[in-house]
Design a protein around this ligand. Structure first.
Ligand code: CUA
Length: 340
């Protein structure tokens, strides 16, 4: 169980709002939603307003003798009306839905600025690999945004964020409501998804397919930032990991503990021989604001608690209690804290 004395994820001003789109596919989905909501509201009113009127207008009088009014069967005009009417409604819904499905297909831009990211779902965190830039990060996806463009159509050649989605274990689903619809991550195949943020900021997402005990703690965030900020972030991520300075004995000891224990079998820290791929890449751990896919903010206090026993914070997660002594935990965290 989560220990309530440790601060949890800070709630920021920009919340995840399903119908507050910031990208063309999400805009198309919310347009479709409002259209269908409008049609459904009309049908609701057409059915319920007369129904309520009839209920009150034709109530049985107090002195009613118990006989039934005349029963009408097999009226051709009525039968035809309530067969044809709904059939037309269903056909219209089919057409508008099909149109939206084609609208949100990724237009082939062939732009050199398109960003490709490979997303791997894990129980219970997200791996983001940037193949063009040669690094991997976790849980927080950074992308550039294109402010000047109008909502995308097939002829809009703005650069896109293109995701290839796969899974390391079970089904997951990538869903950042303000950017696009849901797309499943299926073991053994690659699905694709695209979006194009129209404004900067953090966009919240959540795994949308039940994937085990900690499914609810499989959050992700997308940071849409200006081209310059994005390039700076990429350059920072491309550097190998910081090494502890020679007089930082605590961090040096922590690094030795990290590399000689099982930590190095599961985590990668580029520039060291820790090359595990089972857990998140920690090369620039401190550049992230979360740990463990959004369950806690990334600070010293939470890292100490996490390294001491991850099972206390995220029960059932794949990182075991390493049974380190309190002193070893402190040293390992001192090392992690320099991985800026
Ligand atoms: Cu991953 Cu639910």
């Amino acid at each position: 169980m989560a220990d309530s004395s440790v601060p949890n994820v800070a709630v920021e001003s920009e919340q995840s709002v399903v119908l507050n789109p910031a990208s063309p596919p999400a805009a198309e989905i919310s347009r479709l939603f409002y259209l269908i909501l409008g049609i459904a509201t009309c049908i609701f009113l057409i059915v319920f307003v007369p129904l309520l009127w009839l209920i009150f207008r034709f109530r049985a009088p107090r002195d009613h003798d118990g006989t039934e009014p005349p029963q009408i069967y097999g009226s051709n005009p009525i039968e035809i009306a309530w067969t044809v009417g709904p059939a037309i409604v269903v056909f219209v819904l089919f057409l508008v839905t099909a149109r939206s499905v084609f609208q949100i297909k990724e237009p082939a831009t062939g732009q050199s600025q398109d960003l490709n990211v490979r997303v791997i779902g894990h129980q219970w965190w997200w791996e983001f690999e940037y193949p063009e830039y040669g690094f991997t990060t976790a849980n927080e996806l950074h992308v550039p945004y294109t402010p000047a463009h109008t909502p995308s159509r097939a002829d809009d050649l703005a650069p896109h964020v293109h995701l290839d989605l796969g899974s390391a274990d079970v089904l997951h689903s990538f869903w950042v409501p303000q950017l696009s619809g849901k797309t499943d991550l299926v073991p053994g195949r690659l699905n694709t998804l695209w979006f194009e943020p129209k404004r900067s900021g953090w966009f919240y997402g959540q795994c949308a397919e039940y994937c085990g005990t900690q499914h609810a703690h499989m959050l992700l965030r997308v940071k849409a930032q200006t081209e310059d900020d994005f390039k700076k972030w990429v350059a920072d991520q491309q550097r190998p990991a910081q090494d502890p300075s020679e007089d930082d004995t605590e961090a040096l000891a922590g690094k030795a503990i990290f590399l000689t224990n099982a930590c190095a079998n599961c985590h990668t820290i580029r520039g060291t021989h820790a090359k595990g791929i089972f857990g998140p890449d920690l090369t620039h751990l401190m550049s992230r604001t979360w740990i463990a896919a959004g369950i806690r903010v990334n600070n010293k206090e939470n890292l100490l608690a996490w390294v001491a026993d991850p099972q206390k914070i995220k029960e059932g997660c794949r990182m075991p209690d390493m049974k380190l002594t309190e002193d070893e935990v402190k040293k390992v965290v001192a090392y992690l804290m320099i991985l800026q």
